[in-house]
Design a protein around this ligand. Structure first.
Ligand code: GLC
Length: 474
């Protein structure tokens, strides 16, 4: 079986978020299941800078290896992709993004023909690749080359849909009647993800809980009705974690390596380093609450900021790393002035510090308002840092709340998206932390919780197999 992954970002070539991690790690796992896998993405400037063995196939496409058995192809168009950012610059999104991504989608199909590589499955990720199913079912409807090709569209975050002004519709090169309720039209705009949802053969998302949520008005971002009308359902397959990279026993970024047997001393040493680096008093007895991620509403920063004001009297420390809106940065800077021995902040992404926060904190804060899957909670658990999460999406699927005096649970889950509920969870965390027997049994549970990619890859593989059978039956 031949499978082509199409994504705008793939780690380690280009990354702005979790999408890149998934598209960098999942394809080799699918190859391990027995498929022949290729990946394709745009040839951004940073790809060219970073990739040593980039080989030009012709002037439109280059290639390199993602892993021993997975090749990655790069669609070239220097006018579109040879820029500093992936999607925009300091002035916002690039105004020609529709042009840039429709080009990418069309080139994907052209490249397959040029290479004479007949994919059984084209696995499209997010709105950047959502046009491929549409082109296949319209422009290439009678094209023998793609007769047996099926498409899967994976939604990594329904909040990003690829919206463009309707007067740009002719750029897509599609019949006028596709700009309608049954196609691209979304209120008065073009919506690429909507069309992808309607035209792909299967729609999946990155956790079972989020698959259910996006069919409701609360989480559907205006597309719940479309999903209900055009799909029998959405398949939820949980992302995994790359345990070769995220491993406290080998992590080159942390002060002291540790595993389940040496977690107490390992974390203690790393915690001291973290406190020192963040300009906080080194104190093993004060619980440190860590945060790594974008400073955004999605990630629950509004709750964190509110909760911090209320925590001024508590004997805790909070460390935060991430980039975000100016408003959150200003609010946090002000809070740091008010509580300099309790709050440490770093407004940029630094890989070493991120690892130190995962390892050296006693608790990990991740009160996302919505979270399709989430990676940080999986990482923190593996580093023995129990996460505190709101019960939503992938967080609900991966974190089970710890109950005092009971053996189960790998973190703390609060049920209502309010500052009070978060504060209650933080105060419970302080109490658990004081009782070291309870705390370290929770830490052990967290470290035992694994999300191997292999299991998820097998689910995708099975889904591809079913689709392929369908195309053979026709
Ligand atoms: C998006 C989602 C995140 C998910 C990631 C990878 O970034 O917001 O929850 O883990 O995609 O699927």
């Amino acid at each position: 079986m031949k499978v082509l992954f199409c994504s705008s970002e793939v780690f380690p070539f280009a990354k702005t978020g979790g999408l890149a991690d998934v598209c960098g790690t999942l394809p080799p796992e699918i190859a391990q299941c027995g498929a022949e896998v290729k990946v394709i993405m745009p040839l951004y400037r940073e790809v060219r800078k970073k990739t040593k063995n980039l080989e030009e196939i012709d002037e439109t496409v280059s290639r390199a290896m993602l892993s021993d058995d997975v090749e990655i192809l790069f669609v070239r168009n220097d006018d579109y992709y040879d820029r500093a950012g992936l999607y925009g610059d300091e002035n916002g999104d690039f105004p020609d993004n529709l042009m840039r991504f429709q080009f990418f989608n069309r080139q994907v199909l052209k490249t397959l023909k040029m290479l004479d590589w007949q994919a059984d499955i084209i696995h499209c990720h997010d709105w950047h690749a959502a046009l491929i199913p549409v082109y296949l079912k319209t422009k290439h409807k009678d094209d023998k080359f793609f007769r047996d090709t099926k498409t899967v569209l994976t939604i990594h975050n329904l909040a990003f849909q690829g919206l463009f002004p309707k007067d740009q519709y002719p750029l897509l090169g599609l019949p006028d009647d596709l700009y309608s309720e049954e196609g691209f039209q979304y209120y008065d705009q073009i919506n690429l993800l909507k069309a992808g949802i309607i035209y792909s053969d299967e729609v999946t998302t990155v956790s079972p809980q989020y698959a259910t949520e996006i069919q409701t008005e609360e989480y559907g971002c205006g597309l719940d009705g479309v999903i209900q009308k055009y799909r029998k359902g959405v398949v939820g397959i949980l992302n995994g974690l790359d345990y070769h990279y995220w491993n406290p026993a080998k992590d080159p970024f942390i002060a002291k390596h540790y595993d389940r047997d040496s977690v107490i001393s390992g974390k203690a040493e790393t915690k001291a380093v973290l406190q020192r680096e963040m300009g906080l008093p080194v104190d093993i007895d004060r619980p440190v609450f860590g945060y790594v991620g974008r400073l955004s509403h999605q990630k629950g920063m509004d709750l964190v900021v509110d909760a911090l004001s209320a925590l001024q009297g508590d004997d805790v420390q909070v460390v935060i790393q991430g980039l975000g809106t100016q408003q959150y940065q200003d609010e946090l800077s002000e809070l740091r002035n008010e509580m300099p021995d309790r709050l440490g902040i770093c407004f940029s992404y630094n890989e070493r510090l991120a690892h130190t926060i995962y390892a050296g904190s006693d608790w990990f804060l991740m009160p996302s308002n919505f979270e399709p899957c989430g990676l940080a909670q999986m990482i923190s658990m593996h580093y023995g840092t129990p996460p505190i999460v709101y019960r939503t999406g992938g967080l609900a699927d991966t974190v089970e709340s710890f109950q005092l005096d009971e053996a189960n649970g790998n973190g703390l889950v609060f049920q209502e998206y309010t500052t009070d509920a978060l504060l209650q969870a933080v105060r419970l965390a302080e109490e658990i932390f004081r009782d070291k027997r309870q705390y370290f049994s929770l830490v052990a549970n967290a470290m035992h919780t694994l999300f191997p990619w292999r299991e998820s890859a097998m689910k995708y593989f099975e889904l591809y197999r079913c689709l392929r059978l369908e195309s053979q039956e026709v």
